[in-house]
Ligand binder design. Structure first.
Ligand SMILES: Nc1ncnc2c1ncn2[C@@H]1O[C@H](COP(=O)(O)OP(=O)(O)OP(=O)(O)O)[C@@H](O)[C@H]1O
Length: 361
């Protein structure tokens, strides 16, 4: 049985009701410094974020630029270590692991970044790039390593005979991202965190790489955290979607339901900011930009962090932080005055529509 066949029948694909990843009250903060290194404040980049990811599931994470998506991803893999909270991955709380334990756990959770060239050593040949994690882990002979590298390249759709001896700069962006993905799956991870992994690619290539992620998910039983600013892409690949706003989760729910009937005014503003079709008439809809700048993560508003841009905000929103609340069918919303029904999603100007500022994602 080949290594790939072993993976297909492996533990990752086993059906289980235990989450693969459980994030609880995760907090990440950075000290902000001004001229001369003087401390000017604390950036509240991720604040009390909680969610579960089930085996084989893809959870999309969307939000404006600076909402904390990448920091959340990096805090999950503890690079750098999160300030507080729990990150239970395959039964182990990564927050409590030693450096060595963390290094081992990271074999099972890999990142794929936006810029494949930035993550590949330009001097190395493709075969060495892909073999590197295998070499670091040890236990395989040179021949077994080569066989595994060929398997991995075939898995990501690159012909080993053509690509093994190439260097990253002899590859297109899509080919380089495939090499990065081959390296990421080399040690049979259970989880891949994609941080804007297709954003730098041409539209056609984006579709091919998305198909590759989907193929790997079904063949290897992978789970994904899929971070992207492109809401349409996230909807396409995700089982559930989490919407981040200023370091917090505003809404989490099944992808189709969240896009059709967003409950949080921020989610609806994000959806309204992209060109699309009217869900009722099918006619083209004009994007509505969200007014106002996002508040600074150095000094987030009291209560609901969206209230300063929210047309539904009332007194309660300034004094009481809304918690993620179950609205049924796994749809959770952190809003004191959530949108109620499909009628609220009809193109506007409409109740609760606030639009995204130009340049916001
Ligand atoms: N190392 C750091 N030191 C200080 N502040 C940081 C650091 N890393 C991130 N931040 C700040 O934390 C906040 C969240 O940033 P983050 O990059 O996680 O957002 P994002 O949603 O991924 O944005 P984008 O879509 O632009 O990548 C921002 O205000 C950012 O400036």
């Amino acid at each position: 049985m080949s290594v790939v066949e072993q993976e297909k029948t492996g533990a990752h694909a086993a059906a289980t009701t235990e989450p693969l990843l459980s994030v609880r009250n995760l907090v990440q903060e950075f000290v902000s410094r001004g001229v001369g290194g003087v401390k000017t404040g604390v950036v509240h980049a991720v604040s009390n974020v909680s969610f579960d990811l089930m085996p084989g599931e893809t959870l999309g994470i969307v939000g404006e630029t600076g909402s904390g998506k990448s920091t959340l991803a990096r805090s999950i893999i503890q690079a750098p270590r999160a300030k507080s909270g729990e990150v239970v991955f395959r039964g182990q709380d990564l927050m409590t692991l030693s450096h060595h334990g963390l290094k081992k756990a990271r074999h099972d959770m890999q990142m794929v970044y936006q810029d494949p060239f930035g993550s590949l050593n330009p001097r190395w040949r493709v075969e060495d790039v892909v073999a590197e994690p295998l070499l670091a882990q040890g236990g395989l002979s040179r021949d077994a390593r080569r066989e595994r590298v060929h398997e991995l390249l075939n898995l990501v759709g690159l012909d080993p005979a053509t690509y093994c001896r190439r260097r990253p700069l002899e590859l297109s962006g899509g080919q380089a991202q495939r090499v990065a993905i081959a390296r990421a799956i080399a040690l049979n991870p259970a989880l891949i965190i994609c941080d804007e992994a297709i954003s730098s690619l041409d539209v056609l290539i984006q579709a091919q790489v998305l198909n590759l992620f989907e193929k790997l998910r079904s063949e290897l039983g992978l789970s994904y955290l899929f971070i992207a600013h492109d809401l349409a892409t996230v909807k396409q690949v995700s089982d559930r979607v989490a919407v981040m706003h200023l370091g917090q989760l505003a809404e989490v729910g099944p992808a189709e339901q969240l896009y059709l009937t967003p409950r949080h005014p921020y989610t609806r503003a994000l959806l309204d900011s992209i060109p699309g079709l009217d869900p009722e008439t099918g006619a083209a809809r004009r994007p509505v930009p969200l007014a106002g700048e996002p508040p600074s993560p150095l000094d987030p508003p009291s209560g609901c962090r969206f209230r300063t841009r929210c047309p539904r905000a009332q007194e309660k929103c300034a004094v009481e932080e809304p918690l993620l609340t179950d609205h049924g069918n796994g749809h959770h919303v952190a809003c004191h005055f959530p949108l109620e029904d499909l009628a609220a999603t009809i193109p506007g100007p409409r109740e609760g529509t606030v639009g995204l500022a130009a340049g916001a994602e």
